[in-house]
Ligand binder design. Structure first.
Ligand code: SF4
Ligand code: SF4
Length: 159
């Protein structure tokens, strides 16, 4: 997913215009941490535990990597969108690629995103049904979250 690099805005002279991006600050308003893909009962249970917490989401990137994300503004984010510790910002901020980021791309950064347990379980039940049923069998999915699964009608043979 490539995007055209935006025109750089005027900014404080301390900033290096060759590396600074438009200061929308969208990437400074959350913390995302890599997690295991929910591909086993234990991993589903852990992912579910995460989204049981208000304000915690999980998502899958377009590259197939899974993350836990918590919305939280960085204390260094300035009202004009610039970084208050730009010269000494964390390495992870320096490495973040403006090309295709949420501030410059029209496409959502995530392939899949779940902000609550119900939407995650619904996806699991419909898209990973065998694993979902195993999770139900192991007792890690409360009844209140279990959607009704509709079975496909068998194809009738034309007489
Ligand atoms: S340290 Fe600066 S660049 Fe990094 S998240 Fe905070 S405001 Fe953004
Ligand atoms: S989301 Fe992109 S454009 Fe916005 S501040 Fe972060 S890197 Fe820059």
């Amino acid at each position: 997913m490539k995007s055209t690099l935006p025109v750089l805005p005027e900014g404080p002279s301390a900033l290096d215009p060759s590396v600074v991006c438009p200061p929308c600050g969208k990437c400074c308003r959350y913390v995302a941490v890599g997690i295991d893909e929910p591909s086993s009962v234990k991993r589903v249970s852990t992912a579910l535990w995460m989204v049981y917490h208000k304000g915690v989401s999980i998502f899958e990137s377009h590259d197939g990597d899974w993350f836990m994300v918590v919305a939280a503004d960085c204390e260094n984010l300035q009202p004009n969108g610039f970084c208050g510790v730009y010269q000494n910002r964390p390495l992870i901020c320096r490495e973040y690629d403006v090309d295709g980021c949420e501030g410059t791309s029209s496409e959502p950064a995530e392939k899949l995103k779940f902000e609550d347990a119900a939407s995650f379980v619904r996806w699991l039940a419909t898209q990973r049904t065998a694993l979902y049923l195993k999770c139900v069998e192991r007792g890690v999915i409360p009844e209140t979250l279990r959607p009704t699964l509709t079975r496909r009608k068998p194809r009738s043979v034309a007489s």
